[in-house]
Design a protein. Structure first.
Lengths: 230, 349
């Protein structure tokens, strides 16, 4: 127990003193996760809108599949992207493997179902009333979709934050296709895993505290947004 | 005609909601669409307002066919506005709600500001521009929805039972406001209602729906005072509706011969308004052409009047009398009495 307390004290000291290694890992993780979340939001919020506002055969089944993929194992996504971008894979020529770009790609795919599914849920939650009101006041299809999105903005933003939360805390994608390369693709989660393996408890605890703090910021923001929605 | 619906049918989930609806709306009319709950009024309004496409049939706006898609359809839809039964206001202020229809049309800021202020005065909401839409009462919310629709200066304003969720006071105020707005703006109003008071106080023309079909259409007077079918007679509150065989002598209903002023022959229906049936204790010599003896089966209070059910042979007729007439005649259940009514009071269809 005293050893653990001592490790915890050293970890806090590393955070307070602004340890460059710890903070560069944290900054890289943030950059990768934010980039992945922004790209995924730009692609998959419109995809969610397309699915919600169109009628087609198998729509309910498709939504069920998307919801099932909310909890797809991160190592599975990591493995699939690895097969895709490894030298022998169809995108091998891009030379993306073991790069931050590869992690971004993997995380985009990982959080795609969350963003699509929660966007559909947010729009469904508005019912037909807002869409009908917009159309009855003369909105074109795009104006109507944008109005419904704007009216459900807190729920859509919650979807984005949930996606970010999953991206920042995943390890499967980062370790399989990032390679945990020091100073290049090492993220908070891969660094913690490595630190624990090497017995560097203090650094792992410091990184864990930062990860927990990020998770807490996301959680508090989501709660606040959901409260605003009511 | 500003809007015409031709052979409109609508199916939803395999069920036919509208069947072969033909309706025309003349410019500047206050058209009232009536019918029991679930008869298809809202579905018809959604088709008329171009919110839904019909499964079958076609529509015309100012004699030009309305296409099923494309810019031309949007152009026509922009000449209409709908106020729903339970309107939804957007997040934000009253002003931002009312201006939205103008903003999506690319109207300039100055014009928006002027028009919104003008329309808020029209619906008695002057000074409400900055109020948060979530803090409004039911009546205020309904008027904001009305302002939001009026500000875009539509040619046709569609109202789906706008008074249903309001208390009597607010309802009265909104009806009065709608009447004023109709005469001030010259907009064609199409309003669904199941309330006869709304229809009688506002409507110029109208239609009654039943099971997705138009049962009768015409002026409000024609609908209420000349119903064309037994359903219509019962819908507009007529009592004493009987099937009859019509001949030169009159109409045979059960074993009674009822005199009337119509030239109808063969099978049909007749209705006698309860208020036209005079009840007396003795046979009296009057100008009434129909006299029958009967027995009072029951006396029921219906608001400020009393409904008396009288058994005349095999026919049960209902007469309505005032409280003072009831006590003056000292009528009681089981009593033998006489009833009479004019031939001209008999409505034949």
């Amino acid at each position: 127990m005293p050893q653990l307390l001592e490790a915890f004290r050293i970890a806090l000291d590393m955070i307070v003193s602004g340890d460059p290694v710890v903070f560069s890992i944290a900054f890289r993780t943030l950059m990768i996760s934010v980039t992945a979340t922004v790209i995924a939001a730009l692609i998959f919020i419109p995809v969610g809108c397309l699915i919600h506002f169109n009628r087609f055969r198998g729509k309910r089944f498709l939504v069920s599949i998307i919801q099932t993929l909310f909890s797809v194992p991160t190592v599975l996504v990591g493995m699939l992207v690895f097969l895709l971008i490894s030298r022998a894979g169809p995108l091998g020529s891009l030379g993306m493997l073991f790069s931050p770009g590869a992690i971004v790609l993997g995380e985009v795919l990982l959080i795609a179902p969350i963003l699509t599914g929660l966007t559909i849920s947010a729009l469904s939650g508005m019912g037909r009333d807002v869409a009908d009101t917009a159309l009855s006041l003369g909105a074109g299809q795009l104006q109507m979709v944008l109005k419904v999105l704007s009216e459900s903005r807190y729920m859509v933003l919650t979807a984005v934050l949930m996606g970010f939360g999953r991206a920042v805390s995943e390890i499967g994608v980062a370790i399989i296709i990032g390679g945990n390369i020091s100073g290049y693709t090492r993220t908070l989660t891969t660094a913690i895993a490595l630190g624990v393996g090497k017995g560097e408890t203090s650094a792992s605890i410091a990184l864990g505290i930062i990860l927990l703090a990020l998770a807490m910021i996301v959680s508090v923001t989501v709660n606040t947004l959901q409260h605003s929605e009511k | 005609m500003i809007l015409e619906l031709e052979n409109i049918s609508q199916r939803k989930n395999g069920q036919r909601i509208l069947s072969d609806v033909n309706l025309s709306f003349s410019k500047g009319a206050f058209f009232v669409l009536m019918g029991p709950t679930g008869c298809g009024k809202t579905t018809l309004l959604r088709v008329a307002g171009l919110l839904d496409k019909p499964s079958f049939g076609r529509m015309k706006y100012q004699s030009e066919p309305i296409p099923h898609r494309g810019k031309e359809r949007l152009h026509v839809r922009r000449r209409m506005a709908t106020v729903f039964q339970r309107p939804v206001l957007f997040r934000g202020s009253v002003f931002s709600n009312v201006e939205w229809g103008l903003r999506i049309r690319g109207i300039s800021e100055d014009e928006i500001s002027r028009k919104v202020s003008q329309v808020l005065v029209m619906v008695d909401l002057e000074g409400y521009g900055d109020r948060d839409s979530s803090t409004l009462s039911g009546g205020e919310l309904q008027r904001v929805a009305l302002a939001r629709a009026l500000v875009i200066e539509p040619s046709i304003l569609i109202l789906d039972e706008p008074t249903t969720s309001l208390d009597p006071n607010l309802r009265f105020n909104l009806l009065r406001r709608l009447k004023d707005l109709h005469s001030e703006t010259g907009i064609t109003f199409i309003m669904a209602t199941h309330d006869f008071t709304d229809a009688l106080s506002l409507g110029t023309t109208g239609a009654v729906m039943r099971n997705g079909r138009i049962e009768q259409t015409g002026t409000i007077d024609e609908i209420f005072y000349s119903p064309s079918t037994p359903f219509m007679a019962s819908f507009v509150g007529m009592k004493n509706v009987f099937p009859a065989e019509f001949s030169e002598d009159g109409a045979i209903v059960e074993d009674l011969l009822i005199r009337h002023t119509s030239n109808k022959r063969g099978h049909g229906f007749l209705a006698i308004p309860p208020g036209a049936i005079v009840v007396s204790r003795e046979t009296t010599v009057t100008s009434e052409r129909n006299h029958f003896a009967g027995t009072i089966i029951c006396i029921e209070r219906e608001g400020s009047i009393f409904s008396i059910s009288v058994n005349c042979g095999n026919l049960l007729m209902i007469s309505s009398v005032t409280r003072s007439a009831l006590s003056e005649l000292d009528l009681t259940e089981g009593q033998d009495i006489h009833i009479s009514f004019k031939a001209s009071a008999v409505h034949v269809f």
